[in-house]
Design a protein around this ligand. Structure first.
Ligand code: ADP
Ligand code: MG
Length: 318
């Protein structure tokens, strides 16, 4: 439904987006995730036709966003970063106005407005003035305006920014519902945000795409760490045990943390090393220590995300 092919954007000498390529199919919700200034909004503005790319192509349902602009944009519902809404209009007045702008035929307008109001849980607010609504409700009005023409592609730029926790939960539920039969892109700088609403994550940092994978496989390339908690009262014995772990093939680093009565050894494997837990077991036997826990721990989404961003910073400086 949404095809993005090597799009680039430069502002003067500054590359805001350099060669982004990805696609989003119907029924898929994709999180565009990156720190502030990563290029999310610039990417989204190019996809929605508000900003022409310096290079590359965008197609929505097969229609080119520049050469077949009206047809392509008719397929898109777009919620910009800050929603421009007329504060003096009522919710339904604003939606009717937008329905006219979208050229929804007069006979269908009323039904379209009613459907959007219902889908975005705005029924009780329909006669209120937009300027009198809380930020959470205003955001829902923006979303209702974006789906009025029932677009198959929905693009939301940081839709939960500035909402309180209850409003965020509601917004997420709404996004999930709307994503069912559409292609959805949601941008965010918060990982937990997209983790809960999206099937797939695209990480962007310093204008380039750094990862594109499902939530399940995201960060899966990294080797699991090995956590060992042992009882070793003697300090010398503890450091000898630590040294023996450090000497194991495939172990790149061992951190030692002291708990109340226990010591925790955190073993980080070399890149591409086979699982190290078995070899750790042998060292435990040799040193005859009491162990209460030995487990492997896959890196969290959070640490995988932070590592991608850190690597992007280093590459960019180099
Ligand atoms: P994000 O949405 O991920 O926070 P943006 O896409 O808004 O990031 O911005 C990416 C970078 O491009 C930022 O460094 C921003 O300052 C710069 N930028 C965005 N729009 C413009 C513009 N119109 N002129 C100059 N620089 C811009
Ligand atoms: Mg932005």
């Amino acid at each position: 439904m949404i095809e993005v092919e090597h799009i680039e954007k430069r502002f003067g000498a500054f590359w805001a987006v350099r060669g982004a390529t990805f696609r989003v199919d119907r029924g898929e919700a994709v999180g565009l995730l990156g720190p502030n200034g990563a290029g999310k909004t610039t990417t989204i503005r190019m996809i929605t036709g508000f900003l022409p790319p310096d290079a590359g192509h965008v197609r929505i349902d097969g229609k080119d966003i520049l050469n077949d602009s009206l047809a392509a944009r008719a397929c898109i519902g777009y919620l910009p970063e800050s929603t421009p809404l007329y504060p003096e209009m009522t919710v339904q007045g604003l939606l009717q106005h937008r329905a006219r702008l979208f050229r929804i035929p007069r006979r269908e307008r009323r039904a379209a407005v009613d459907r959007a109001i219902e889908q975005c849980w705005l029924t009780e607010m329909r006669r209120r003035r937009v300027g009198h609504l809380s930020k959470g409700y205003r955001q829902r009005v923006g979303l209702a305006a974006a789906i009025l023409h029932d677009p198959p592609a929905l693009i939301l730029d940081e839709p939960t920014n500035g909402l309180d926790p209850t409003q965020i939960t509601e917004m997420r539920r709404l996004m999930r519902e709307l994503a069912q039969d559409r292609a959805v892109i949601v941008s965010s700088h918060i990982l937990s945000e997209v983790e809960k609403t999206c099937d797939r994550i695209i990480v962007i940092a310093r204008g380039a795409i750094r990862a594109n994978s499902t939530i399940e496989t995201f960060g899966g390339g990294a080797c699991p760490r090995c956590i060992l908690e042992a009882k070793i009262d003697d300090q010398t014995a503890a450091s000898a045990f630590g040294d023996a772990l450090r000497a194991l093939p495939g172990v790149s680093n061992v951190d030692l943390e002291s708990l109340a009565d226990w010591r925790r050894f955190v073993l980080t494997p070399d890149v591409d090393a086979p699982p190290i837990a078995e070899r750790v077991g042998k060292v435990v036997l040799q040193h005859d220590v009491v162990v209460r826990e030995l487990r492997q721990e896959a890196p969290s989404l959070e640490s995988a995300f932070l590592e991608l961003i850190a690597r992007a910073d280093i590459e960019d400086q180099a």
